[in-house]
Design a protein around this ligand. Structure first.
Ligand SMILES: [Zn+2]
Length: 328
C-alpha cells in the first residue's frame, strides 16, 4: 500500500494488522505488520527473548518510528498467527469451525514461537478429526471432520474417490513438524485411502519427496494387509454355519472380495479399517452374521496394529503423549 521509507521494494501493509499505535513492525517477504510488542512478548516467550535484545541482528532498522524485525515465515502463516493473537474473535476454540489452512498456519507458528494456548487450540481442532480412543470411536465418528473444514470455506465432505489426499498429507507433515505423533495414524490412513494416481498427483510444492515416498510405502503395506485378509476371507469355509446354500454363500464371499479389489481403478484396496458391508451380496442370515463378525474382528485388530505398521509407538503410548501435550 505504502512505500516504506527505507525500502526500495514497496511493502504491503496488512490493514487489519497495522495498528497506528503499534510499537513493532514485522516484515515477512514484502508483507508488513505493525503490532504491539508488549502483547507479543507476553504471549510468546520466543518473541520476548528476541525483543529483549535490541542488538539482535534480526532488528535491521526502524520503520514508521518502530523497531523492525524481519522474519522468514510465510506471510500467509503470519497473517493467521498474528490475527489469532490480536483478534480474540478469530480462531475460536473447537467446536467453533476453522479452515484447515488457518489451523495449520497457527499450529506451525504457535509451536515455533511457543504460544502454548494457541498451539493447544490448533492441535485440539485437528485432534477432533484425527484422534480416536478406539476403533469403535473411529467407526462411529460423526460426519464431517470435527471442527475443521478440510476444503477452505466449504462444508463439503471429503471423499477419497473424488478429492485430493492433500489435506491429510498437509496434516501429516504438520504433525511430524510439531511432534504430535498421535495424529499421524489416521492422517496416513486417509491419505492412503485414495487411488494411487491421486497420491502420485499431489502438488510438488506442498509435498516433500520423502513424504511421498513414505506414503507410497505405507500404502503398499496397508494394501498387503488388506489383500491378506481378503484372501483369508474368500477361502474361509462356509459349510460349518451356512443355513441355506453353501455354494451361494461362497459366491457371495467372492463377490465381496471382487468388490473390494475393484474399489479403485488401479484394482487395489488399502482400507484395512473397513468392516464388511454384506448388503446386497446374497448371504444367508447366518453367513451374513458370520461375515460381519469376521470383518469387525479384523478391523479392530487392524486398528490396534496401525501405529506399528507406520513405525509409531502403540496407541496407549500415543495417548499418553497426547494427554501430556494437550494438558488433559
Ligand atoms: Zn450361508
Amino acid at each position: 500500500m505504502t512505500d516504506a521509507p527505507t525500502s526500495i521494494v514497496p511493502l504491503e501493509r496488512v490493514a487489519e494488522l497495522w495498528f497506528e499505535d503499534g510499537t513493532l513492525v514485522i516484515v515477512a517477504q514484502q508483507t508488513a505488520f505493525k503490532v504491539h510488542r508488549s502483547i507479543l512478548a507476553a504471549r510468546s516467550s520466543v518473541f520476548r527473548d528476541m525483543l529483549a535484545m535490541p542488538q539482535n541482528a534480526d532488528f535491521v532498522e526502524n520503520l514508521d518510528g518502530c523497531p523492525m524485525v524481519v522474519l522468514s515465515d510465510a506471510p500467509r502463516d503470519l497473517i493467521c498467527f498474528l490475527r489469532a493473537i490480536f483478534d480474540s474473535s478469530y480462531f475460536m476454540p473447537s467446536p467453533h469451525m476453522a479452515d484447515l489452512s488457518e489451523a495449520l498456519s497457527i499450529l506451525r507458528l504457535s509451536h515455533k514461537y511457543a504460544v502454548d494456548y494457541l498451539f493447544r487450540r490448533a492441535l485440539t481442532h485437528l485432534d477432533g478429526g484425527l484422534y480416536f480412543r478406539s476403533f469403535h470411536d473411529f467407526h462411529e465418528r460423526p460426519h464431517g471432520f470435527g471442527s475443521i473444514r478440510l476444503i477452505d470455506g466449504s462444508d463439503e465432505e471429503w471423499n477419497a474417490n473424488i478429492n485430493s489426499p492433500l489435506p491429510f498429507v498437509l496434516m501429516l507433515q504438520a504433525a511430524v513438524e510439531v511432534d504430535a505423533p498421535w495424529l499421524q495414524p489416521v492422517a496416513v490412513y486417509w491419505a492412503c485411502s485414495v487411488p494411487l494416481n491421486s497420491l502420485m498427483s499431489l502438488p510438488i510444492e506442498n509435498t516433500s519427496r520423502d513424504t511421498l515416498q513414505q506414503l507410497v510405502q505405507w500404502r503398499t503395506a496397508l494394501m498387503h494387509a488388506r489383500a491378506k485378509f481378503l484372501a483369508k476371507f474368500a477361502e474361509f469355509g462356509v459349510k460349518a454355519w451356512c443355513s441355506e446354500s453353501p455354494s451361494g454363500c461362497l459366491q457371495a464371499r467372492l463377490a465381496y472380495v471382487t468388490r473390494a479389489m475393484m474399489r479403485h481403478k488401479g484394482g487395489d484396496d488399502a482400507s484395512i479399517l473397513e468392516p464388511i458391508d454384506t448388503e446386497g451380496l446374497g448371504f444367508c442370515t447366518s453367513c451374513a452374521e458370520q461375515a460381519d463378525n469376521v470383518g469387525k474382528i479384523h478391523a479392530i485388530d487392524s486398528w490396534a496394529q496401525l501405529p506399528r505398521l507406520l513405525g509409531l509407538p502403540t496407541w496407549l503410548q500415543l495417548g499418553e503423549q497426547r494427554k501430556a501435550v494437550l494438558a488433559l
